[in-house]
Design a protein around this ligand. Structure first.
Ligand code: ZN
Length: 164
């Protein structure tokens, strides 16, 4: 298990456009494995390569059932609307309200370069949009409608603790 250091808001790498992955080699596999370890260790829903300082189009998303490895992901379709709280491992201690599509269908490559399609709803659709924006150098803080108050934040942490 190898954990990578998660960059925090303000680090230049978080605001750059990541490049396409063209080599599906051992180095990519190591990056994806490390990103999965880092995501699980941080208890996050998703992590994008630029968040660990690698400017490549790679994302991992934990759906609760499996960990999706998304290489060179592209949104094919999106529909509906949801408004809810969102956080980011690169923006610790904050949650904000963001409006997102409710269903998102993606096309992506796996670690071997094979293309596949995957559809996510609710929290997963939110995660897809959030993580793909990281690949273009954008943070959710650009589109946050408002941040949770300290009281709302406390209630959120209390609920998360009860679940754990
Ligand atoms: Zn994020």
């Amino acid at each position: 298990m190898a954990l990578r250091n998660i960059l925090i808001e303000g680090e230049p790498a978080l605001y750059k456009v990541s490049r396409e992955v063209t080599k599906f080699n051992a180095r990519l596999h190591e990056l994806i494995d490390d990103m999965i370890d880092t995501l699980e260790d941080a208890n996050g829903v998703g992590l994008a390569a630029p968040q660990v300082g690698v400017l490549r189009r790679v994302v991992v998303v934990d759906t609760g059932e499996e960990i999706l490895e998304l290489v060179n992901p592209v949104i094919l379709e999106q529909s509906g609307e949801q408004s809810g709280q969102e956080g980011c491992l690169s923006v610790p201690g904050k949650f904000g309200i963001v409006t997102r599509p409710n269903v998102v269908k993606l096309r992506a490559q796996d670690r071997y370069g094979d293309w596949y399609e995957v559809e996510g709803e609710g929290l997963i659709a939110r995660g897809f949009c959030h993580e793909l924006e990281h690949l273009d150098g954008h943070l959710y803080t650009e589109k946050v409608e408002r941040y949770l108050t300290p009281e709302e934040l406390q209630a959120y942490y209390d609920a998360a603790e009860e679940e754990a």
